[in-house]
Design a binder for this molecule. Structure first.
Ligand code: R5P
Length: 315
């Protein structure tokens, strides 16, 4: 990590490379990494991976509720903002950081969004509803030249951006912390997560893949799961999803699998939103271990997406 003001010689005197990124190296310095307040550890890890300068923003809240994110001056021509948008405030903060980077003279701005909030409202599910993620994408596009999204809820969400936008895959990283599994079965708690479960199985190197049917009541948020009849007795089962939010989907799957005699049930997710009592629900359902990534910095963020982000930035 190179903190602003501590680098030597100054970035503007460093040899110019085409992108300014040298993954794993420390000599670059043409790029300033700007962290959003919810992505501080990940931004630092990305700066480390890229050998880039990590700047230190200040985040303020006024008595009327408005917020102000500011950054120190920097010389680099490229800025990379790393900011998850899990909350409304984080969305505003991201727009401010983009504007501040442009104001500071950045010629090129890349916006890395480890967790893109509102991605699940990617259609109007009922008359009168917005396509929320499209509205967010439009706003974000105005302040950047490129967008990178870590495992967005649907890859097609990239089409809502008016600047080049690409997904970064992370599901394959999730099996790293798993121990040796007995006759592993990788389960998607709904059809939408089959690809993630397959990627996780492939990364683990053995096992079979299965999925549950899921119905969600869009008024109450309640989920109803219809399990398949795959045999689970005595097997280690790994449930893989992109997001654990309220924990309703994941805890429902874990309960069914435990009732059916699974040996151990693991919960893997890219984005551990963990709203309300999600972790407690998973524990009560009998989960062996929950593994998430640092797209959101939580107690279960055991896997870092920093190398994957750095590699995409360097590409
Ligand atoms: C939905 O399609 C997502 O992939 C997740 O299954 C969902 O967001 C999880 O939400 P919750 O934890 O609230 O059930």
């Amino acid at each position: 990590m190179v903190l602003q003001g501590l680098r030597s010689p100054p970035a503007s005197k460093q040899p110019h490379t085409e992108t300014g990124f040298t993954q794993g190296g420390k000599q670059a310095g043409m790029t300033t990494i700007i962290p959003g307040s919810t992505s501080q550890a990940l931004a630092a890890a990305v700066a480390d991976e890229c050998g880039s300068t990590l700047t230190v923003p200040t985040y303020r809240r006024f008595s009327d509720g408005e917020t102000l994110a500011s950054i120190p001056e920097f010389d680099d021509s490229e800025a990379v903002i790393v900011a998850s948008t899990a909350t409304n405030d984080a969305h505003i903060e991201l727009l401010q950081l983009q504007d501040a980077a442009r104001e500071a003279g950045a010629e090129t701005i890349t916006t890395v969004i480890p967790y893109l909030g509102y991605a699940r409202q990617d259609k109007a599910f009922k008359q009168g509803q917005p396509i929320s993620v499209r509205a967010m994408a439009k706003a974000i596009s105005t302040g950047t030249d490129r967008v990178l999204l870590v495992e967005p809820h649907e890859p097609a969400v990239t089409e809502f951006f008016s600047v080049p936008a690409e997904p970064i895959e992370a599901a394959g990283l999730l099996t790293g912390p798993l121990e040796v599994l007995a006759e592993p079965l990788f389960v998607a708690p709904d059809e939408g997560a089959i690809e993630l479960a397959t990627t996780a199985r492939n990364a683990y190197g053995e096992g079979t893949v299965d999925y549950f049917e899921k119905q969600r009541d869009y008024d109450t948020g309640e989920v109803e799961l219809t399990p398949s009849d795959a045999p689970v007795e005595g097997r280690d089962v790994v449930v893989v999803d992109d997001i654990i939010a309220t924990g309703g989907t994941m805890s429902g799957a874990i309960s069914v699998l435990n009732e059916r005699g699974a040996a151990r049930v693991y919960a893997l997710c890219v984005h551990p939103v963990l709203a309300e009592s999600a972790l407690t629900k998973l524990s009560a359902a009998g989960v062996e271990r929950v593994v998430g990534t640092d797209t959101l910095e939580t107690a279960v963020s055991d896997v870092s997406v920093a190398p994957a982000v750095a590699s995409k930035l360097a590409a």
